[in-house]
Write a protein that binds this ligand. Structure first.
Ligand code: FES
Ligand SMILES: [Fe+2]
Length: 353
């Protein structure tokens, strides 16, 4: 049985990765070719030529205007994936078309719809506006993970691991010590997990980037929209400093940590990460520090999750996990993902006549 939820939007790339070079990435087990038309639109189509399945992303395949020419025998496709020329004959077989994918560029990401394209328009794409918004500066990256996506969801939903796996970077004792509250909005399909630390040590990730010396009030508010988009609204302030009654919060530092969790295959994942901040906007040193530091933290998770994937692959059936309070967010996420999988498998409601 597949663990990948179909009929959903997934982040396939950053917009900056897709240009006038042919770009390929496997999303949910499907090898997809991306390129920009001359007017700048991103296109997404199968990366397998219909003739003898040569990957269109492989040289000498190439773009000519708004067409892609297969590097093996020259089948040529338009931006909609339909074949417009074949060698040696003028008749183009009717079935000569690449599968094309609904694609939307939003919040610096390229989103692609995996499943029945007719369901794309009615399926919501969650937002992460800070990644592409005035007043915020973002650093970002993507690390390949040799582990199933659900392990990364578990990891991100329970930040108590910061204390142990990321000590000296983003973890301090208070993260693991402070209880969480978990809420699920079943209608909207969102899991919220909050941990508010009134008086905590400031980890280097925040002391070096904000310049705060001494202890802090640290809020972590997670918002996860399964299956793909995870947001950690992080608020850092000198200890005791709270937002004003009207909601304004001028004396705090805000960081939006965004992850897009995109299955590559059943057992591997694209781990997109971005860190947006509302302070030190033009400070390259802060950007370099946060980029380097967050990448290190992500790689600490990657190492641990790659080990877990191997453990799971090698274990006998019937292993029973034990869950405690810190796992409520992760368990809620699993439940919502199972629900999405159920409705994705349900036959689409036939259109009214
Ligand atoms: S494999 Fe592409 S033209 Fe033959
Ligand atoms: Fe982590």
């Amino acid at each position: 049985m597949t663990s990948i939820v179909r009929n959903q939007w997934y982040v396939a790339a950053y917009g900056s990765e897709v240009g006038r070079e042919l770009f390929s990435r496997t999303i949910c087990g499907e090898s997809i070719l991306f390129w920009r038309t001359e007017s700048g639109e991103v296109t997404a189509m199968s990366d397998r030529c219909v003739h003898r399945r040569f990957p269109l992303s492989e040289k000498p395949s190439h773009l000519v205007g708004d067409t892609v020419v297969c590097g093996y025998h020259g089948f040529t496709y338009g931006s909609d994936g339909v074949c417009v020329a074949v060698p040696g004959q003028t008749r183009i077989p009717r079935t000569a078309r690449l599968k094309s994918y609904p694609v939307v560029e939003q919040d610096s990401f390229v989103w692609v719809f995996i499943g029945d394209p007719d369901r794309a328009a009615s399926t919501r794409i969650p937002r992460a506006p800070w990644l592409d918004q005035e007043g915020w500066t973002t650093v970002s990256g993507m690390e390949p993970l040799a582990a199933r996506a659900s392990l990364l969801v578990d990891n991100l939903m329970d930040l108590s691991h910061e204390t142990y796996l990321h000590g000296g970077y983003i973890g301090t004792p208070e993260v693991a010590e402070t209880p969480i509250t978990t809420e699920v909005d079943d209608e909207a399909g969102i899991v919220y997990v909050s941990r508010h630390m009134a008086d905590a040590a400031c980890p280097p990730f925040y002391s070096k980037s904000t310049g705060i010396e001494g202890r802090i009030t640290r809020w972590q508010d997670i918002e996860f929209t399964p299956p793909c988009l995870y947001k950690l609204h992080s608020r850092i302030a000198p200890v005791g400093v709270l937002p004003n009654d009207d909601g304004s919060d001028p004396d705090a530092f805000h960081v939006e940590v965004v992850y897009a969790i995109t299955p590559e295959t059943e057992n591997s994942t694209h781990d997109f990460w971005a860190v947006a901040r509302d302070f030190a906007l033009d400070d390259e040193e802060v950007s370099d520090f946060l980029r380097e530091n967050n990448r290190t933290v992500v790689l600490q998770d990657v190492v641990a999750l790659n080990v877990l994937e191997q453990v799971i692959a090698g274990e006998a059936d019937g292993y029973q996990e034990l869950s405690i309070n810190i796992d409520t967010g992760g368990l809620a996420a699993r439940r919502l993902i199972a629900k999405l999988a159920e409705s994705a498998d349900a036959t689409a409601v036939p259109a009214a006549r």
